[in-house]
Write a protein that binds this ligand. Structure first.
Ligand code: GRG
Length: 298
């Protein structure tokens, strides 16, 4: 059993993974230098790295080699970073602050920000194919399909489309849930499954439990994000607080009220932990990540 506390474990992975990303991203002195500099600016030195941590933790459950999980974790984080860069652009959320620094289009320009997103997305799939996070070709193909589905029109991009369309509208709870399961949840769920796929064949039953865990923490992540957006300040979040209300966007807080939204996050937390009941100590980090996702303050 690892003697590390969750804080020690996550900090060690965050630092180690920063180096992994630093080495995987194109150097900023190689042409096109402005694009490469903007890609590095958008990915490095920031973010909680929740999705990579979920991949590492799921990899632990499935006995995966860390160096293989690195590639899957990087692929997910690059997709996430691209989504943030595009989401912040004037045509979408039009935000100026991300991860405590000016957003990519503010620091560089809009066209560069658009290309950063495009290039990060391509790099993510390049990593999954070139770096072989699984030696078994059919499982590797499965991973590519998984990430494509999670980030495409039936996953994150689709959720974002619903989100943009929902401004000023009254959504029902199932509609809001569907929007967030796609926009935020799909990639978080994929992070868990990709981590698991880097290890031994987990078997259908194990995968089912891990998938349900990913679904619950993915939705819980968004409910908590809504609560933080309404309660925390900009300095703590490193992004503009109160944006959802300002943009007249439906959220769990506007629909349910803050107390009921917190109760929902707590119920999802419980359901996520229940889905790990079959696992022992090897799922410790996944349990701790579920705690972190629900109890976080930023
Ligand atoms: C542009 C295709 C496209 C999709 C954008 C994820 C997303 C979809 C938009 C981000 C908007 C947003 C703030 C959503 C709330 C949940 C969320 C994804 C927050 C940011 O993720 P964190 O907290 O960020 O993991 P860090 O910076 O820690 O990586």
């Amino acid at each position: 059993m690892s003697a590390l506390t969750f804080k020690e474990w996550s900090t060690a992975h965050q630092h180690r993974f920063e180096e992994v990303l630093r080495n995987l991203l194109p150097p900023s002195d190689i042409a096109p230098v402005r694009l490469h500099a903007a890609m590095r600016y958008s990915v490095l030195d920031g973010g909680k790295r929740v999705r990579p941590l979920l991949a590492f933790a799921a990899g632990e459950v499935c006995g995966a080699e860390l160096k293989l999980v690195n590639f899957a974790a990087a692929a997910v984080e690059l997709i996430h970073a691209y989504s943030l860069v595009h989401d912040d652009m004037p045509c979408m959320d039009d935000d100026v602050l991300r991860r405590g620094k000016p957003t990519c289009h503010v620091q560089f320009d809009e066209a560069t920000a658009l290309l950063v997103g495009d290039a990060l997305q391509s790099l993510a799939f390049h990593l999954l194919t070139e770096r072989s996070p699984n030696q078994d070709a059919s499982r590797q193909l499965q991973m590519v399909k998984l990430l494509a589905a999670a980030s495409g029109s039936r996953g994150m991009a689709g959720g974002q489309a619903i989100d943009l369309d929902s401004v000023g509208k009254q959504l029902s709870l199932p509609e809001l849930e569907s929007m967030h399961i796609h926009k935020t949840g799909a990639l978080i769920r994929a992070a868990v499954l990709l981590g698991a796929h880097c290890g031994e064949e987990p078997g259908q039953e194990k995968l089912k439990h891990l998938d349900h865990f990913g679904k619950c923490v993915g939705l819980a992540f968004q409910v908590v994000d809504d609560v933080l957006d309404s309660e925390a300040d900009t300095a703590t979040l490193g992004k503009t607080a109160g944006k959802d209300a300002d943009n007249d966007k439906p959220t769990y807080v506007t629909l349910l009220g803050v107390q009921a939204a917190k109760k929902m996050a707590s119920d999802l937390h419980g359901e996520a932990l229940d889905s790990l009941q079959e696992f022992g100590e090897e799922a410790r980090r996944l349990r701790e990540l579920a705690d972190f996702i629900v109890l976080r303050k930023f």
